[in-house]
Structure formats: C-alpha cells, structure tokens
Ligand binder design. Structure first.
Ligand code: CMP
Length: 153
C-alpha cells in the first residue's frame, strides 16, 4: 500500500555532513520526497514529537539533543514507506543494526542514532501533521514511478 512517513535526519546527521548520503538511501530505494525542510526546532515541538517517551529516563537528554542544532525533516511517500524506512534505518540501538542500514553503517550511539522514522502508518500521519503544514507537502508524479512501484494504488 502507498504510504507516507516522517523521517528526521537528526542534528548529528547535519553536523556530520551526512544529509546527502542519508537522503540518497531513501531516494535510491524508490521513495519519493514529498516534503523537505531544515529546521532548528523549538523545545515544545521536540517534546510533542517524543511525547510517548516522556516518562523514560532518557527523555530530557533526547529533547536536549534534538534542539541542539538544525535537523532535516523529510516526508517520504511510496509502497510500504513506513516499514521500508525502518528497515533502511536499522535497529534503534546501532550495535544491533545490520550492516547496510544507515545506523549499522554510520552510527555507534543510541542517543545519536542519526535518524528517526515513524513506527506505524497512524504515527506517521500525526507526526507529519506536527512537522509539515498542508502547503509543505507536494503531490506530483515522477517518470520513474512505473519502474519502482511508486504510483498511488
Ligand atoms: P528514535 O527512533 O528517534 O525514537 C526515540 C529515540 O530515543 C531513539 O530514536 C533514540 O535516539 C532515543 N533513545 C532510545 N533509547 C534510548 C536510550 N536508552 N538512551 C538514550 N536515547 C535513547
């Protein structure tokens, strides 16, 4: 099923000059960028985005990290985009992430694991609404859609 999902390339990805290489992995898989922005996020938005982790011991540190510098928010569209992006990212804890995944190839620390991806279609919908206004999301066709299964079904 064609889905949309939210990816964050976190401040460590921006600082480590990995934005292009990370974006390339999703694009090469066939996913379509339908929204893209660099944003130095306010604490309030970071706390709302990670509200599900509010009671976890790492919550404060996680929010501090997310607001520490600009990050790149990406809205991606494609067949099974939620599951595909989580597979591209690899396990949350980089030492458990398979080689070939973003975290398995490029990260070591759970707290600085380069990327976030929505964990379900429902979460994706609410996270996309949090990070993008309707005017920031673009619907368009690509000539390669018929080769990568990117046509809406
Ligand atoms: P993410 O996929 O963005 O979702 C929640 C984030 O919390 C996760 O990636 C990690 O960056 C972070 N996180 C999860 N567990 C821990 C932990 N034990 N210590 C620090 N950060 C964590």
């Amino acid at each position: 099923m064609t889905e949309r999902t939210l990816i964050l390339i976190k401040p460590d990805g921006v600082q480590r000059l990995l934005v292009g290489r990370i974006l390339e992995r999703y694009e090469q898989r066939g996913l379509k960028i339908v929204g893209l922005k660099l944003i130095h996020v306010q604490r309030d938005l970071a706390e709302r985005h990670y509200a599900v982790h509010r009671d976890k011991p790492f919550f404060g540190g996680l929010v501090d990290f997310i607001v520490s510098g600009p990050l790149v928010a990406v809205a991606l569209e494609g067949l099974n985009a939620v599951a595909v992006c989580r597979a591209i990212n690899g396990a949350t804890r980089p030492h458990e992430a398979a080689p070939g995944t973003i975290r398995g190839d490029l990260a070591l620390e759970t707290a600085q694991n380069l990327v976030h991806a929505s964990d379900s279609a429902e979460t994706a919908e609410s996270e996309l609404t949090l990070w993008f206004g309707p005017e920031d999301i673009h619907t368009y066709g690509r000539d390669i859609d018929r080769w990568v299964g990117g046509s809406p079904d």
